[in-house]
Design a protein around this ligand. Structure first.
Ligand SMILES: NC(=O)c1ccc[n+]([C@@H]2O[C@H](COP(=O)([O-])OP(=O)(O)OC[C@H]3O[C@@H](n4cnc5c(N)ncnc54)[C@H](OP(=O)(O)O)[C@@H]3O)[C@@H](O)[C@H]2O)c1
Length: 119
């Protein structure tokens, strides 16, 4: 059975999305004590406060940061903050993705590749 080290932090990219929230709860059920949730909206996410309250009621620290993981400087800055205030990171789960598809792609045009941006 998967369990998490009590004295470690785990990064969950997209941790406030649908999949991310389900993974947060699963991690909590497997002894995880420190979860770092990254999303571009951070605490502005409509799910941030309720998830934080829910987990912290069970003595699980949910550290929420606004961070675009496609932006190296933002990520470095958040990881530095984490290193100062949380146990060492022992794992990362990636659950974020944005897919943009244009109608041109759907009908077979392949010239719009530049308009795609995936995380
Ligand atoms: N839900 C499912 O049942 C399911 C099943 C199979 C596969 N998937 C795939 O799993 C992924 C997540 O699904 P989901 O349902 O959880 O989607 P979702 O609810 O849209 O959540 C995506 C999360 O990723 C964050 N995010 C997006 N771009 C980011 C970036 N550049 N940096 C940091 N965070 C970013 C979003 O927050 P912000 O917008 O605030 O950044 C959000 O918290 C998707 O790729 C989906 O296709 C989902």
């Amino acid at each position: 059975m998967t369990t998490f080290a009590e004295d470690a932090s785990y990064v969950l990219v997209g941790g406030l999305g649908g999949l991310g929230r389900a993974i947060c709860r699963w991690m909590a059920s497997r002894n995880c004590k420190y979860i770092i949730a990254l999303s571009r909206s951070g605490m502005e996410s409509p799910h941030a406060s309720s998830l934080k309250e829910e987990l912290e009621g069970n003595r699980i620290k949910l550290a929420v940061f606004a961070c675009d993981v496609g932006h190296r400087e933002q990520l470095q800055s958040v990881l530095s903050l984490c290193a100062e205030s949380l146990p060492p990171i022992k794992g990362v789960i990636q659950s974020a993705m944005v897919i943009r598809v244009s109608s041109k792609d759907i009908i077979g045009g392949g010239e719009d590749a530049d308009k795609h941006r995936t995380t």
